[in-house]
Design a protein around this ligand. Structure first.
Ligand code: GDP
Ligand code: MN
Length: 376
């Protein structure tokens, strides 16, 4: 789960990292009051879980409380890369001397963390890395050893950061470990004209697997970043949204995983992972189809079921029930095999929906679903 900037800011503060004074609100009227409390001049910042807010006009300086109210009114409700701004943070402006970039990110392939740091902060790090890779230091961090002062010194030196950043680098590592984060990023980390080192922006991604011991995010943690994932979770479905166009439903995580592979092998991209489980009822099938069909990216749907505990006739009943409750607008390819396959196929044949096709093999059905998605 990604945190909002103001939540990351709070964690930084708790771990002794300097941050600007700031408050959050969803009301432009209150923004005026906050600006007054903070001394008048403020930076108004959109709180959305995406970067590049500055470029999108979501980070703006306001000269006085009246301007803060107006600016907050303009930023609230704005759309930034598909994220609607529900809250703004008002922060005391900082006199920036230099902007740096620092982050710790999990490197799954290497089984380590990676410290990424650069003396060229402020802009997007991908751009710096693309244009001047030598300006971005990448130092592996052994998770068992962590970032000691010595390690932090090594990172700072490699990136050309001033020695005062060493303490911040150590504290940021503490944020990562104590809060069970997979990513901690500060861009920009700034040196002010007064010589202080401040975290001016923050991105923190928490490890969802550690949610049970991070009680403070309880309510927040239950929130899904994706609307469809939230709807599926509410129905008790094991659903993960992916980037492609072929919707996938299967029974059993292993079968669904291999279905994703087979669809990818046909040159198509799966739109989701959805496991309806071992003993799935007709209702679960209907719920699953409803979720997948409401994803606008989906061009075709592949239902791949090997009947075991879940008999194929129950799955077929579920599909028929879904067809009664959801208007099918996309082609559905169904492969039923195993327990009661013949009965299940007969049920679907009996329904004779023009958009439902049956293919008896997994490979054949995957290919058909991929073709249908490509020509949709
Ligand atoms: P992002 O665009 O989503 O990464 O949002 P940031 O919080 O990083 O803000 C974008 C840019 O606005 C920063 O890189 C700074 O250059 C600038 N900025 C933000 N806060 C302040 C501030 O208090 N003073 C000044 N001078 N610039 C700021
Ligand atoms: Mn930033």
């Amino acid at each position: 789960m990604d945190l909002y900037e103001h939540q990351a800011r709070e964690l930084f503060e708790e771990h002794g990292i300097l941050v600007p004074r700031a408050e959050v609100t969803d009301s432009s009227k209150e923004a005026r009051e906050i600006a007054r409390r903070l001394g008048g001049r403020v930076v108004v910042k959109a709180q959305v879980k995406t970067g590049g807010r500055g470029k999108a006009g979501g980070v703006r300086l306001a000269a006085d409380p009246a301007a803060a109210e107006l600016t907050a009114r303009q930023i609230l409700g704005m759309d930034i890369k598909g994220h609607t701004v529900g809250k703004v943070m008002l922060a005391q402006p900082v006199d920036i001397d230099t902007e740096f970039y620092v982050s710790y990110v999990l490197d799954r392939a290497a089984g380590r963390f990676l410290a990424i740091a650069s003396a060229e902060g402020g802009m997007e790090i991908e751009e710096v890395a693309a244009g001047r890779p030598e300006a971005v230091a990448r130092i592996p961090v052994d998770p068992a050893e962590g970032v000691t002062s010595a390690k932090a010194g090594e990172i700072a030196q490699a990136a050309g950061l001033p020695p005062q950043t060493v303490d911040v680098l150590v504290r940021l590592w503490e944020v990562l470990v104590r809060e069970d984060a997979l990513l901690v990023e500060v861009n920009p980390l700034v040196r002010t004209r007064q010589g202080q080192i401040l975290a001016l922006d923050g991105k923190v991604t928490l490890d969802d697997n550690a949610r049970f011991r991070q009680a403070r995010w309880g309510a927040e943690g239950a929130e899904h970043d994706d609307e469809l994932e939230a709807a599926a979770a509410a129905k008790g479905l094991n659903y993960v949204k992916l980037d492609g166009e072929v919707g996938i439903i299967g029974n059993g995580a292993g079968l669904v995983m291999s279905t994703l592979d087979v669809v990818a092998g046909c040159g198509a991209r799966p739109a989701n992972f959805l496991d309806i489980g071992g003993g799935a009822s007709a209702q679960v099938m209907a719920d699953g189809l409803a979720v997948i069909l409401s994803d606008p990216a989906v061009k075709s749907v592949f239902v791949n079921v090997f009947g075991g505990i879940t008999a194929c006739d129950a799955v077929a009943d579920g599909i028929v029930r879904a067809l009664d409750s959801v208007r099918l607008t996309k082609p559905l390819v169904v492969r039923l095999d195993g327990n009661n396959a013949a009965r299940g196929r007969a049920i679907l044949d009996g329904r004779a929906h023009p958009l439902v096709e049956q293919v008896t093999t997994m490979d054949g059905a995957a290919l058909r679903a991929a073709r249908l998605a490509a020509t949709a």
